[in-house]
Ligand binder design. Structure first.
Ligand code: IDP
Ligand code: MG
Length: 150
């Protein structure tokens, strides 16, 4: 099944929103298949955000993501990339739809709490960057037939 890379950024950890954010994804019915807590090295941050190199916010973004520990997760499910992006909301929290993580919990675009892969191809690249083979666990939640139609 499809997978997505999700990061609770330093502001989410510092503000004590780890449980809240994980809970929202769990309650959506998605399956957590990988989880780690770490301080991000600058070189890893630069690889992860390589597409944004040269943009005005790039330097600040690297400082932000390396400023405190993060929670890195792999989530699995039918249409998980699209579903997670929907639950996360638009990049700018004040433009995000109420009910999304960024709208409900954030204000500033430079403190938007969470990263989520934006396509299946990006997810494959990002999962390879953050997880070693064997760190993602193959399992199924009991009762998934009540979330995913066969
Ligand atoms: P996304 O996280 O919704 O995919 P991207 O456009 O890929 O948004 O940008 C990556 C991250 O860079 C954003 O989540 C946000 O943290 C930061 N960012 C994007 N645009 C700005 C900006 O205009 N000012 C400050 N930070 C920004
Ligand atoms: Mg992005």
């Amino acid at each position: 099944m499809e997978r997505s890379l999700v990061i609770i950024k330093p502001d989410g950890v510092q503000r004590g929103l780890v449980g809240e954010i994980i809970g929202r994804l769990e309650r959506r019915g998605l399956r957590l298949v990988g989880l780690k807590f770490l301080a991000v090295e600058v070189s890893l941050a630069e690889q992860h955000y390589a597409v944004h190199q040269g943009k005005p916010f790039y330097e600040g973004l690297i400082r932000y993501i390396t400023s405190a520990p993060v929670v890195v997760m792999a989530w699995e499910g039918k249409k998980v990339v699209e579903a997670v992006r929907q639950t996360v909301g638009a990049t700018n929290p004040t433009a995000a739809v109420p009910g999304t993580i960024r709208a409900d919990l954030g204000i500033d675009i430079g403190r938007n709490l969470i990263h989520a892969s934006d396509s299946v191809a990006t997810a494959e690249f990002e999962l390879g960057l953050w997880f070693k083979p064997g760190e993602i666990v193959d399992w199924a939640r009991d009762g998934e037939r009540w979330v995913f139609e066969a």
